[in-house]
Design a protein around this ligand. Structure first.
Ligand SMILES: NC(=O)c1ccc[n+]([C@@H]2O[C@H](COP(=O)([O-])OP(=O)(O)OC[C@H]3O[C@@H](n4cnc5c(N)ncnc54)[C@H](O)[C@@H]3O)[C@@H](O)[C@H]2O)c1
Ligand SMILES: O=C(O)c1ccc(O)c(O)c1
Ligand code: FES
Ligand SMILES: [Fe+2]
Length: 334
């Protein structure tokens, strides 16, 4: 299993998902309850009551406090217990952990680690998700696999040719070599594949209106451990500047061991008023994501049935994924 890297920021939800209803998510194996205060501030607490460990997400939100649904221990936004039933003295140790949160670019980021070390300026940015002039479609799918399998999947887009043919894949994706760069200091892995003359897959022909062959550049930036950006640049062959810019964002958040949240988004700065294009990209990308979900569920079940110590065989296309795995191992070991 890919080790969990603590002392890091992770996307726990889209901002729009968090409201005045208690919501449960598990990140790096930690059960967490999320809600918004009456003033609109997002709060994340450990989702286990200190009394008998009842899930607080199955409780009542009363004003800005959570009243445990089992015996009524009441917690404020800092996780401090402010009332217990049947007595006025509150035990000094009656508190649950409160997690640092940052809301930015339409994501709610949570710090998993020592709260004193949470540096908000270290949250990686995906400005296109909310920038004026850009339109975004998005969603989230949970997958029953090691989160490292989703990292591998996204770092090696040669699979588009085989798994996503007729959607985003064409023969040129698998045929074109990649370049890989590692910025160990910044914690970023970059993988680029520049296709000078390629078939235009339906994802781009139907969104851009191009009907001939294209120049297609895929520039990946993986900000380990959670944020993945694919800068996609498309133009008709012969054009010497990119005409169509699409930013594909994934946030890869480990849930319980063997589970991952796959947050996905597609942003564009062309045809922004065209509702048909928006609807097409939302539907089409969801289908693409489900092709990956199905493959990764299947792959995890196959790996689970393997005897220990099975051998993998890597080739050139795996350079980005291998660099990402090394970076994750380094973050987890720190
Ligand atoms: N690793 C690389 O090779 C590489 C190169 C350039 C940019 N990037 C990354 O891409 C991100 C986006 O950059 P930006 O928004 O400033 O640049 P941009 O929107 O001006 O696009 C520049 C990109 O378009 C590509 N491009 C140029 N002409 C093209 C054409 N005719 N058809 C298709 N693609 C074409 C370039 O290779 C480059 O990737 C940046 O974050 C940068 O780090 C990576
Ligand atoms: O390679 C691409 O252009 C592309 C498009 C949409 C996706 O969801 C994706 O993962 C990749
Ligand atoms: S378990 Fe929460 S009050 Fe008893
Ligand atoms: Fe895929």
């Amino acid at each position: 299993m890919t080790p969990f890297a603590r002392e890091q920021w992770y996307v726990i939800a889209y901002a729009h998902e968090v409201g005045r209803e208690l919501m449960a998510r598990t990140v790096l194996g930690e059960p967490i309850v999320l809600y918004r205060t009456e003033d609109g501030k997002a709060v994340a607490l450990a989702d286990r009551c200190v009394h008998r460990r009842y899930p607080l997400s199955e409780s009542a939100l009363v004003g800005d406090t959570v009243v445990c649904g089992y015996h009524g221990f009441t917690y404020d936004t800092k996780g401090t217990c402010v009332a217990v039933p049947g007595q006025s003295r509150i035990p000094r140790t009656a508190r649950v952990a409160a997690y640092p949160l940052v809301e930015i670019d339409g994501f709610v980021w949570i710090w998993i680690g020592d709260p004193a070390r949470a540096d908000e300026t270290a949250v990686p940015r995906a400005e296109h998700l909310t920038a004026p002039g850009w339109v975004t479609v998005k969603g989230m799918e949970p997958i029953a696999c090691d989160y490292g399998l989703l990292v591998d999947n996204l770092m090696d887009l040669s699979h588009e040719t085989y798994l996503h043919g007729g959607y985003i894949g064409t023969p040129e994706v698998a045929e074109t070599p990649i370049t890989t760069e590692v910025d160990a200091e910044a914690g970023v892995v970059r993988v680029s594949r520049h296709m000078a003359d390629a078939e235009c897959p339906p994802f781009y022909s139907r969104s851009t209106g191009i009907d001939g062959r294209i120049r297609r550049h895929q520039d990946i930036e993986y900000f380990a451990p959670c944020l993945y950006l694919l800068h996609s640049r498309i133009s008709p062959v012969g054009q010497d500047a990119p005409l169509f810019r699409t930013e594909i964002t994934y946030a890869i958040t480990p849930g319980k061991p063997g589970e991952v949240y796959d947050f996905w988004a597609v942003s564009r700065d062309f045809a922004v008023e065209d509702a048909e294009v928006t609807e097409f990209l939302a539907k089409f990308n969801h289908t693409v994501v489900m092709q990956d979900v199905t493959a990764l569920n299947l792959l995890q079940r196959a790996l689970d049935a393997e005897p220990a110590g099975y051998q993998e065989l890597s080739i050139n296309i795996d350079a980005g994924g291998l660099a990402a795995r090394r970076m994750l191992a380094g973050l987890a070991a720190r």
